[in-house]
Ligand binder design. Sequence first.
Ligand code: ARG
Length: 324
Amino acid sequence: MININSTLQEFFGHAIKAAYPDLENPPLIVTPSQQPKFGDYQCNSAMGISQMFKAKEQKVNPREIAKNITRHCPDSECVEKVEIAGPGFINVHLKKDFVSEQLINLLVNGIQLLALGENKKVVVDFSSPSIAKEMHVGHLRSTIIGKSLCRLFEFAGYDVLRLNHLGSLYVMSPSKSLIKSTMHWPSLFRESGESFYQDRMDDVVKEFENRGFVQADDGRKIVFVPGCSIPLTIYTYDTSDLAALKQRLFEEKADMIIYVVDNGQSVYFQAIFAAAQMISWYDPKVTPVTHAGFGVVLGEDKKKFKTHSGKTVRLIDLLEEGLK
Ligand code: ARG
């Protein structure tokens, strides 16, 4: 399917270049018309070009500019005619045959995307509740946004791996060292909960140690990451996320990784991604790893949604109330 807007951008791009070959970066503004009497699309570049001349202390009427642009319009398989209106708008009328051909194609074949995701795998980390805490109303956001993203990627032809990263549960022992709980937790998406990452976490720690990135700090082991003021702490949530990221890159062979998590954790994800790049696990130009953040659920008072007694709303209560 042809993208009419970009076809017209190209069309006017040529015309403007031919009309004003010396003008650097002239504005290229093409929009669908608001009313049928103004044609199907409009090019509104003449006004901006006039402003550019004005900045060079040359006075050129935008209508004159519009005329000059239309004189340089190339032949096109989709444009029937262009006409100038008002102070310098260029109205575009599309060829009826062209439009009907596009519509028939759409009705017969449906929407067809370019093979964007062909042979590409995207990992989407979403929903991801913490097993140490009860699910709350906020988890709906990541679950719904994440699922929608997955469906869009699937539609675009990607191989989509849905991952539910079940947060880690740590118990503080009297000796101050962290003991990792070996809790097994069923996952709706995969059984890649806790135990799955244990060996991988040990390997990650060794890798960072061997590369000399680990420092001792008051009984903990920390890693400073370029561009991040707060260091990562070995054997916490950080390490399990690094192990998970490595697994996604090297074992799942993901071409793209997306974390659908609220904006409260954006600094944390910046640090995780920077650490992974520091240890050369991936090149962001080749493999985009992104945090798709979103805001918090607000109550009617425009504050974070809480119960009357000030507690976070439990997801189960919300769902039960919905059913009632
Ligand atoms: N468990 C966290 C929370 O409930 C979100 C986890 C997000 N995913 C991740 N890989 N860290 O806020």
